[in-house]
Design a protein around this ligand. Sequence first.
Ligand code: C5P
Length: 398
Amino acid sequence: MLQGKRIVLGVTGSVAAYKTAWLLRRLVDAGVETQVAMSASATRFMTPMTFQTLSGKPVFTDLWDARVDNHMPHITLSRAADAILVAPASAHFLARVAQGLADDLLSALVLARQCPLLVAPAMNRQMWENPATRRNVACLAADGVVILGPDAGAQACGEEGEGRMLEPDDLFAALTAFFTPRRLRGRRVLLTAGPTFEAIDPVRGLTNLSSGRMGYAVARAAADAGAEVTLVSGPVARAVPWGVRRVSVCSALEMHAAVMERATDVDVFIGVAAVADYRPAHAAGQKIKKDAETLRTLSLVPNPDILAEVAALPDPPLCVGFAAESENLEAHAQAKRRRKNLPLIVGNLIQEGFGGDENHVVLFDEAGAHPLPPADKVTLARQLIEHIAQLLEPEQTA
Ligand code: C5P
């Protein structure tokens, strides 16, 4: 989504400026043409040389910079941008932009822009809560400025509260979302992801090797496309994608309950989780001794098929399944799709995708097979979301 985009990355005076170096690394890696402009106080926290080295371009700090041919860097830089992102945006900077002041390069560049402006506020919690800042932020939002964050948590000053700049990875995700077409705007999407863990006793259980990567990537792609996303996740150690609500569960029964509680209220349900087919008939309350017969011969009972149950609701959401197969992908995936009564199933051969970052998948629907080129899971997730958007609104397909 970001490849080839031209971003002016503005940096103002806050200690959070050190995190912007990592954001810049990520932007450059993603193929974003990034031009850094710093306020004078930003240069007290980070040197222009740091950003110049990372971006491979000279950093601008001065309204009167003679390196720009027409001596108008504020015009030249803002005209060349697809968006301006100011991170961190200090309280003082937000106040100046709200007032339309243009007494340094960054504020002049922002005032002269023809492109969207995104700001990531960073300041002490008291400064953030101050009525003057509240007024300025409300004013900026009303002017169409996109306000990213801030987060709550520990602050550099030792206090705790709202005002931390969003983490660089979250800012990267927010910027990606900003440039993603809003194909699912106003839609509610419910997903499952990860493995389930079926307790045998308080320390043992049955589970599988699902990493949750694909489910989390689909959740992120849906959120980027403008959907309101709830992710019912089995036990995996993954960061919740920006803008996604996670409901953490452990067993298939917990996942089932969490899904059924919400399934009547959504437009799309995507079952990405690798749900255990069976669970121990009885989970022991105490740790079972290793020579106990119950451990040697586990008695199992089937888990509910969450996806099939959602698809069988009287007025079901658009249901999408995953079929990990080891052979005869098309035959097995299409049979599973029909058995579970799904409009769409995503098939993949397990030797090519399980647990890794890359995947090779084929989408199967009523119209047949739609193979996607092998790609990383984030890219595939975006293509899946696009296909779902087309199924929801076929008239937009052309
Ligand atoms: O039947 P099978 O497990 O191969 O089907 C896989 C699809 O069904 C996946 O989308 C998975 O998330 C979903 N599923 C489910 N509940 C189960 C088993 C599978 O939702 N108990």
